[in-house]
Design a protein around this ligand. Structure first.
Ligand SMILES: [Zn+2]
Length: 190
């Protein structure tokens, strides 16, 4: 099997509930989509928030839509050091928010404390793609990315849902380590 798989680097971002969004941006306000993401229905919104930890901050953190059932900030380990978070957020599968560190997010109308994680690298695919690639939900695979800084990433968790389309998501630290910006292609190694 030598299929080239799309590999995308996810910059720091935040998913919000409508309630948290309205606390940050004001009652009745809603997300304004500016670009589509690779996963069906997902979009980058025009709005951003600031992450705050005491005097340390990161501005212009993109809000991704649509609204979710739980709010969640996703940052890299480098961001966590920059924000001087203590304890450091743990590496989690997106949505696994039990006992996570929280961080203050600031919008034009208010602040909200939201769980923050470092996303576990993962592969999204729908059921048909999973069948073709002989992958199972929650399986761990390896992805080899060629180039001058060739790296094979292990512990890439497979996430199967018919809401997904085929792509691997790395964070900026992982993307930078292999020298990719934006998009690249990799091979699955089981
Ligand atoms: Zn993803």
């Amino acid at each position: 099997m030598n299929k080239k798989i799309l590999v995308e680097v996810s910059a720091r971002h935040v998913h919000l509930t409508q309630i948290d969004f309205e606390k940050l941006y004001g009652k009745g306000k809603t997300l304004i989509p500016i670009s589509k993401l690779s996963q069906p229905g997902e979009f980058a919104s025009q709005q951003t928030i600031t992450l705050l930890n005491g005097k340390n901050k990161i501005e212009n953190v993109r809000i991704l839509g649509p609204f979710r059932k739980n709010s969640q900030v996703e940052i890299s380990l480098t961001d966590a050091y920059k924000l001087k978070l203590n304890p450091l957020p743990s590496i989690r599968v997106s949505g696994d928010l039990n006992n996570t560190t929280k961080i203050t997010t600031k919008g034009p109308k208010g602040n909200v404390k939201i769980p923050v994680i470092i996303a576990q690298r993962h592969l999204h695919c729908n059921e048909k793609q999973a069948k073709e690639l002989k992958l199972k939900n929650n399986q761990k695979i390896s992805i080899r990315i060629l180039g001058q800084r060739e790296i094979t990433f292990h512990n890439v968790i497979v996430r199967v849902s018919n809401n997904y389309d085929l792509s691997v998501h790395l964070d900026t630290d992982e993307g930078n380590s292999v020298g990719i910006k934006g998009k690249a292609f990799g091979n699955i190694i089981k």
